[in-house]
Design a protein around this ligand. Structure first.
Ligand SMILES: Nc1nc2c(ncn2[C@@H]2O[C@H](COP(=O)(O)OP(=O)(O)OP(=O)(O)O)[C@@H](O)[C@H]2O)c(=O)[nH]1
Ligand SMILES: [Mg+2]
Length: 462
């Protein structure tokens, strides 16, 4: 994708392919209205089409003037459109053949097939949204919980961008003052004391620090975490998965070694999208299938952000349980002491000493008891107890976090330079670096390949 190709008109199917009530074909660019005129016959013959109005009519094949579908068409004159260009949207019956044929008719009349994310990229290049807002559109589409949706919406509405802009403005202000005194030391220009400079630098650095610290929470909500349920056979791992899912997803039987393959589902735990994996029970393997299953358990364990280790509270700890300890020790781990509905015969003291940080939660997966407490423990552990959802702006994107840190480090250097009485040129250099880092968040100074990487994550038609 290149910035230069803005002059042409692009088109794509914007709804998922497949049968459904309505499908949408979107066209954007200077030729949008002309192309619509070639393929669309409004009922009653409206001409010209007025902006931002729906028209009922038919789409016809340009070659032989036969009808493809009856549709609703809306023409939106720029600039009040998604891309800030002329946009036409055609709402047709959603069958993949209908959608494809209409798209073909549009393409034959001069549109080019849009690349993934190209509509949103145009909105960015035409200045309707900044890069954080474009990125928020991806997050919005892929949100799995209300919390991640809310984070995406805050970013889409420009909260992060506003905060970044404000800090940029402050720094730019300072830079101008400093450069004036460097360039015209004898002139009568407003002077700024070193204390005042220090104060301003520190203020902004502190704000950057606060913002950077929200990333841990934001990332969890945006990307979710991988949690794997492990334990020896028959302790109730699959029962726990089912209980958390509120659905009989995994097979549960009284036969140890029931689960052979990894079963993976997404559950919403207090707003956190949890990729939950039920695994084969860990024990010395008895056949080739179980061997492969246990190997898969180990693979998942290695990648997991969080481990839920299930024990059977109705039995004493066995050597099979103990063999699991070294494999989970270095992980964030929660101990679910299951079968709490039966008389308890487990002694946990030794294990508590081995895993002093881990919460031990008594549950009954069979009767869904203690599951709330388990969920709370998961939330607490994942967010490290450092949750501050009240923060107005929460970082959830690694690109933003790295830029915020780069800006912060540049300011720390400036503060150091100030303390060492270095020439103000050193400080202005650091300030420029900080400004560049902040500008890259908004897309002002983001190089082409960074943009490409961002917009490639979109689907076609967005
Ligand atoms: N009383 C009681 N029984 C339970 C509970 N949870 C699971 N069970 C029973 O324990 C047996 C094993 O349950 P599963 O969920 O299949 O255990 P698992 O850990 O997935 O076993 P494998 O897949 O073989 O490793 C079944 O008979 C369950 O009904 C519980 O909370 N209380
Ligand atoms: Mg199982």
């Amino acid at each position: 994708m290149s910035k230069g190709a803005l002059g042409d008109t692009i088109a794509a199917i914007s709804t998922p392919l497949g049968t459904g009530g309505i499908g949408v074909i979107r066209i954007s660019g200077p030729q949008a209205l002309a192309i619509a005129g070639q393929v669309f016959r409004p009922k009653g013959g409206a001409d010209p089409l007025l902006s931002h109005r729906f028209y009922l009519g038919e789409i016809i094949r340009p070659e032989d003037q036969t009808v493809i579908d009856e549709v609703l068409l809306v023409y939106m004159r720029q600039p009040k459109t998604y891309t800030r260009e002329d946009v036409v949207e055609i709402q047709c019956h959603s069958g993949s053949l209908v959608l494809q044929e209409i798209l073909q008719a549009v393409l034959r009349n001069g549109a080019r097939l849009a690349e993934p994310g190209e509509f949103t990229k145009r909105a960015f290049l035409n200045g309707r949204i900044d890069l954080t807002q474009a990125e928020a559109v991806i997050d919005l589409i892929s949100s799995k919980t209300q919390q991640s949706l809310e984070l995406a919406n805050r970013q889409r509405s420009g909260k992060l961008a506003a905060e970044v802009r404000q800090m940029k403005e402050g720094l730019l202000n300072l830079l101008t003052l400093l450069e004036a005194s460097v360039d015209f030391p004898e002139e009568e220009i407003p002077q700024i004391s070193p204390q005042e400079i220090l104060q301003r630098l520190q203020n902004t650095r502190d704000r950057l620090n606060v913002l950077g610290n929200t990333y841990q929470e934001g990332k969890v909500y945006r990307e979710g975490i991988a949690a794997v349920i492990v334990g020896k056979p028959n302790v109730g791992k699959s029962s726990l998965l089912n209980s958390l899912l509120r659905e009989e997803r995994a097979i549960v039987t009284a036969v140890p070694g029931t689960t052979r393959d990894v079963i993976e589902e997404i559950v919403n735990i207090a707003g956190i999208p949890l990729r939950l994996m039920d695994t084969a029970g860990l024990r010395p393997v008895q056949d080739a299938i179980e061997e492969e299953g246990v190997k898969r358990t180990h693979d998942r364990l290695a990648q997991a952000d969080l481990v839920i280790w299930v024990l059977d509270g109705s039995e004493p700890i066995s050597s099979e349980d103990s063999a699991i300890l070294p494999q989970v020790r270095s992980k964030k781990v929660i101990i679910a002491v299951n079968k709490n509905d039966l008389p308890q015969r487990i002694a946990l003291e030794g294990l508590r000493q081995q895993l002093p940080e881990a919460p031990f939660i008594p549950i009954s997966a069979l009767y869904s008891l203690g599951i709330d407490r388990l969920q709370e423990a998961i939330r607490h552990l994942v967010l490290n107890g450092k949750v501050d959802s009240s923060a107005e702006v929460i970082l959830s994107n690694l690109r933003h976090k790295l830029a915020i840190e780069a800006a912060r480090d540049a300011l720390s250097q400036a503060i150091q330079a100030l303390g060492q009485d270095l020439s103000w040129e050193f400080i202005t250099l650091d300030l420029r670096q900080a400004l560049e880092a902040l500008g890259s968040i908004l897309g002002e100074t983001a190089p082409e390949d960074v943009l490409d990487r961002i917009f490639e994550q979109f689907c076609i038609g967005k």
